[in-house]
Design a protein around this ligand. Structure first.
Ligand SMILES: [Zn+2]
Length: 272
């Protein structure tokens, strides 16, 4: 069974939901660390000859087109993570369409290849923003990875499908992986969940998913393998989960890549 490996390419300060604390004007003043951390991920993948899907922020692609070229030249799939990393449920349809189009145009302009996949900033397709699926479909997107089937304070649709399914004509939804645990869906696929859960639990969960004949989907951010990144001041309940176990993420990822087969979403979903 081939599982899907996805990387959300954004900088360490692209954190949603912090309001003025992290407004756009502050971005310019921060040191960019995304190139170095992304190249580290590229090296980890190259050593194992593994291809992945890179959901790249338009903002990053515009500043560092050579990084997009390098990812593409290494044989990975280039997909979009939107342009400004804005939460979809805080936008209207037109603003989202514009942001999406801008990101697709810049990525396609750099690689000369069509963009098929999308992941919303912070999984922000929820019950309040399901209209975004029609926008994605109309803009030529073939698959989306934004609907997390979990209960979470800022995202998720509890009870949504856990495995790839057709959500609209011509549009497949491939959710990040979860397992049933104590009657609820528990994420094992990335972020704080991936960093905190014991490796053996994650390994057993993916084995269970694969035994049921389904592919798993894992997601990682370049900043999650960058222990030296500056620490932003944010509320306690955000800060702990954001930075916990960052120094162990790269090691955990390598173990996972050695234990399972991975490829891009396009390969897993057989999108031509
Ligand atoms: Zn993101």
């Amino acid at each position: 069974m081939i599982n899907a490996l996805t990387i959300d390419v954004e900088d360490w300060y692209h954190i949603c939901g912090l309001g003025k604390r992290l407004s756009l004007d502050k971005w310019q003043g921060y040191e960019s660390r995304v190139k170095k951390a992304t190249k580290e991920i590229l090296n980890i993948l190259a050593e194992r000859d593994i291809k992945a899907t890179f959901f790249i922020l338009g903002y990053i692609a515009k500043r560092y087109p050579e990084l997009v070229k390098e990812i593409d030249a290494a044989g990975h799939e280039i997909a979009t993570h939107g342009f400004w990393h804005n939460l979809i449920y805080q936008q209207d349809e037109e603003a989202f369409r514009k942001d999406l189009r801008e990101s697709i145009d810049i990525l396609e302009g750099i690689t000369g290849k069509k963009v098929f996949g999308h992941r919303a900033a912070s999984f922000s397709i929820t019950n309040e923003s399901l209209w975004a699926l029609d926008v994605l479909s109309n803009e030529g997107i073939k698959y989306d990875c934004s609907i997390f089937p979990i209960i979470h304070p800022r995202y998720g649709i509890a009870g949504a499908e856990r495995f790839p399914y057709q959500i609209k004509p011509g549009l497949i939804e491939f959710p990040p992986s979860t397992v049933k645990f104590l009657g609820r869906n528990l994420s094992i696929s990335g972020g704080v969940f991936f960093r905190v859960l014991p490796y053996s639990f994650i390994k057993n969960s993916i084995t269970r998913i694969n035994k049921a004949g389904k592919p798993a989907q894992i997601y990682i951010h370049p900043w999650e393998i960058d222990p030296a990144q500056p620490r932003l001041n944010m509320p306690f309940d955000r800060k702990i989960p954001h930075y916990i176990n960052i120094k162990h993420t790269a090691g955990k990822l390598k173990r996972l890549l050695d234990d399972f087969e991975f490829s891009s979403i396009r390969k897993v979903l057989k999108i031509e």
